[in-house]
Write a protein that binds this ligand. Structure first.
Ligand SMILES: Cc1cc2nc3c(=O)[nH]c(=O)nc-3n(C[C@H](O)[C@H](O)[C@H](O)COP(=O)(O)OP(=O)(O)OC[C@H]3O[C@@H](n4cnc5c(N)ncnc54)[C@H](O)[C@@H]3O)c2cc1C
Length: 472
């Protein structure tokens, strides 16, 4: 297809490196107009009362857009920022600038797919062509050894098959020039909106948390450079990945992957380079394995569609969940009286991030100990996590809630046993729960065992914990 002016609608691919959509548009040889739509539906409130996209996520998104805009400007182009539904504002824009085509990345989840369909339908009626590209996974959908409909329901089977039979494609090179109609589009040149324009304040920096994640492709590359090459941490990833405090126990790539500021293929390519130039070991393999988990949840979402968001999950389990708002709220605020759970929930509330260990644990506590509707938990994570990704979030929650495709029946996490393994000295709990700082060592995980503790500012546990000596 030969097009003279192509709108590149950027979504969760906010990068120049390894961006097939952008490269294909440039290859057409005409003018290219990168566009991002700030969709007001993102800001809607859920039935539970919190914003679908909380202020950490918005803040992170705006940083990513600002960075991308700068990168385009460095190439003599720009990023047009539109506010409104893509199927309305982008189509009006495309019509106004006489675009001949819209190129975009394919998404898999239902809300995004519904928008795609609307965009395609309206574009068709306007005589504008649409072309979409599969971008978000490590293994390309077309390179899988099975059709999506026959995707294995067990992760290990999926992993073994793709590792044996599929190849990761090489990333697309970063464009060095873009033919952007600067003059014709001068009236669309706006700055990036600020949090204030959304009536939000900048989230307070929690310096003591050690979590520092800025949005954008440049920050993603700085992180990769630091984690792999400067601090040389990849070689010990497998041993450190279950940590809880600070930036360096794991890669922290997830927020950048979620908005596509970096692609999994780029990370993979850098892992391979590291294996050649530094060391190849279990840790280097393990990081790739985690990226395959990410792929897996995306392909499962593609296979099962809307089911990943439903209470009954992909297993069609019966709905036996409790819907106790007061108890749920205590979980959200980190006031369950179970210190390891509360510390993780407070970290999430204060930073928009939580470790993988923490996520497993708090999710298990909500569904197994409190018996509360897992979709409530997933929905809160959606609002709060800066790395929110519909497939990884709802997929992991389904797993923990036992409505996903986990061959192991019981995903119960014994909180005190977990605490003994991952926070033996209680440092993580003391970092996030000032009310408990006076308690030394492991005792901070079970204040109810400390005779002198008064429980004035910190609640007693909502449920009796397995393994606790005292039962409430
Ligand atoms: C209940 C629950 C909800 C979750 N929600 C999300 C979410 O919304 N977005 C998200 O990216 N991850 C989610 N995860 C997965 C995982 O916790 C995060 O990817 C990880 O903690 C991010 O930190 P990291 O980048 O340092 O990970 P690392 O340990 O450095 O792993 C490298 C990359 O591998 C991928 N990865 C690692 N573990 C998983 C996993 N279990 N599932 C899918 N991908 C994985 C991520 O892209 C991650 O960036 C969730 C896990 C649970 C248990």
């Amino acid at each position: 297809m030969k097009s003279s002016r192509i709108v590149v609608w950027l979504r969760n691919d906010l990068r120049l490196e390894d961006n097939e959509t952008l490269v294909r548009a440039i290859q057409q040889g005409g003018e290219v107009v990168p566009v991002y739509c700030l969709d007001p539906r993102m800001l809607e409130k859920t039935s539970l009362g919190f914003h679908k996209t909380g202020h950490f996520r918005i803040s992170y998104l705006l940083e990513s857009l600002k960075d991308l805009k700068t990168s385009f400007q460095e190439l003599g182009a720009d990023l047009v920022l539109l506010q409104g539904k893509p199927e309305d504002v982008m189509l009006s824009f495309a019509k106004e600038i006489r675009a001949s085509a819209i190129f975009f990345s394919k998404e898999v989840t239902s809300e995004e797919r519904a928008v795609d369909r609307e965009v395609e339908k309206k574009a068709f009626s306007l005589g504008i062509a649409c072309e979409s590209f599969w971008q978000s996974t490590l293994y390309h959908k077309d390179d899988l050894p099975f059709p999506i409909k026959q995707l294995p329901e067990v992760f290990t089977q999926f992993r073994k098959e793709v590792e044996k039979q599929s190849k990761v494609r090489a990333p697309f090179a970063r464009p060095t020039a873009i033919n952007y109609p600067m003059e014709a589009l001068s009236k669309y040149a706006t700055g990036t909106p600020t949090l204030k324009s959304y009536g939000l304040d900048r989230p307070k920096a929690e310096v003591h948390s050690g979590i520092e994640i800025r949005g954008g492709e440049s920050a993603a590359w700085r992180r990769l450079q630091s984690y792999f090459w400067e601090k040389d941490l990849l070689k010990s990833y497998k041993e450190t990945r279950n940590g809880l405090i600070g930036m360096d126990y794991s890669s922290k790539f997830s927020p950048w992957l979620a908005l596509g500021c970096i692609s999994p293929r780029t990370i993979y390519t850098e892992v391979k380079r590291y294996e050649k130039e530094r060391i190849k070991n279990e840790s280097t393999y393990w990081l790739v394995l985690e990226l395959i988990w990410r792929d897996y949840f995306r392909f499962i979402a593609k296979k099962h569609g809307n089911k990943i968001f439903l209470r009954k999950g992909i297993r069609n389990q019966m709905d036996s969940w409790r819907r106790d708002k007061a108890q749920f709220q205590r979980w959200v605020e980190g006031k369950t009286g179970v210190p390891f759970v509360d510390a993780n929930m407070r970290e999430l509330q204060a930073t928009g991030f939580m470790s993988n260990r923490g996520r497993q644990l708090v999710a298990s506590f909500l569904v197994n100990d409190l018996g509360i509707d897992w979709t409530w938990g997933a929905s809160y994570f959606e609002s709060q996590l800066i790395d929110y990704d519909p497939c990884s979030n709802w997929g992991n929650w389904m797993y923990v809630a036992g409505v996903g495709n986990d061959p192991r029946e019981n995903r119960y996490f014994n909180i005190l046993r977990q605490a003994k393994t991952y926070d033996r000295n209680g440092d993580f709990v003391r970092l996030w729960i000032p009310e408990l700082r006076s308690i030394a060592g492991f005792d901070v995980h079970q204040p109810w065992e400390v005779r002198s503790f008064a429980f004035q500012n910190y609640p007693r546990p909502m449920v009796a914990l397995i393994g606790a000596e005292t039962v409430y």
